[in-house]
Design a protein around this ligand. Sequence first.
Ligand code: 2M8
Length: 441
Amino acid sequence: DTADQLQLPRPSSIAYNDARRVLSGNWTGCSTVPSRTLYPHQWSWDSGFVAIGLRHLSPVRAQSELESLLAAQWADGRVPHIVFNPAVPLTAYFPSPDFWRSSLAGDRAGAPTAVETSGIVQPPIHAVAAWLVHQADPAASESRGFLPRVYPRLVAWQRYLTERRDLGGRGLASIVHPWESGMDNSPCWDPPLSRIEPAATATFQRADLDHGCATDRPTDLDYGRYVRLAERYRDDGYADDAGRHRFAVEDPGFNALLAASEHALADIAAAIGADPYDHQVRAEQLTTALLKRLWSQDDGLFLCHDVLAGRTVRERSAAGLLPLILPGLPDEIATALLATAAGEHFGLDGSVRLVPSYDLKGHAFDPCRYWRGPAWFNVNWLLERGLRLHGAADRADALRATLLGAAAESGFAEYVDPFTGQARGSRDFSWTAALTIDLLA
Ligand code: 2M8
């Protein structure tokens, strides 16, 4: 099928060609692995970012990236955070399908039986990605009926989050596991995680340390708690009824993507002749709830809320800047967020190359350790769009230039030291390559 081949790149840049090579190498035939070594299956929000890059190379592959993920959707609407490739040995990644046992959870939450998945979710970038994929080549999208096919699944996914996951009854979705934030070991999860009795390290075998440096990864204590929480959720049939969860946090990054996806669903609905009104209302409601519940005037930042403790988590994470992607943000909030991004905690005024995942001045800041300080390309790509949306074109241009430089120089690293741009984690990482292509296209 020649339509499925990667088209020749338009911009004749070395970075573009190298990024394209990374995406080709990580393509499995219907989706893309985040990394051949560290993450050999399909991940939910990774596929969203990957589709955003792939749309410039092959609209068919970009559509397939999203549709293969949505094909593993559960009957309750949840889109699992991992779709497992049955050809990959169980020992290649932990936790493997025999841990999650999704196909056995079929009755309650309606997990698919034809494919093994995890039972938790990740940030809902998917409707945003679907709309961008469509816009890149409307003819290719229309000829395959892409939007009418994905729209009902995306709606069910968003409704799972706004209805089943509003655990605080405050108009926002809660994450029930740190992995659901995509920012696994962010210091924001330390207080709510401290209440979780860790599973003994001897009861599980991490696979990540076979490929990653221990100082760049979460600790064994973190993993013990991740395992305990996931086991509980699994043994409870992945039920979300009130009172079942031991960890429930409202994350501004997750909810910003939820609201942005509701805006995208409004655009998709209008394009296929459905009524966009409900989506517009929900986007507005989510934005209002973010402002009312998570905005901190003192910090000039959105903060996480620990639902079970009924407390704000007083840690500054880059997730708190992500509502900048929302068009409906009041001017004074956008202005305050821009000032915070440029200030001493995130350094966008020139003291860092890329925005760190966590407060430069925070007690837990570590420039090497995963989501506790390093800069990530998806977060910076989202901020680049947010800066542009809110009139900070010069800053957006500067961030775009450093993003492109750091991505290529680091060999498309998973994450980098925010000051030096030194590569951390795995190389040839898919979303780093995909977002490079998007910025160059
Ligand atoms: C990381 O998370 C996985 C668990 O989902 C892991 O550490 O094994 C995170 O960076 C997450 O955001 C990302 O989606 C995933 C795959 O790239 O890796």
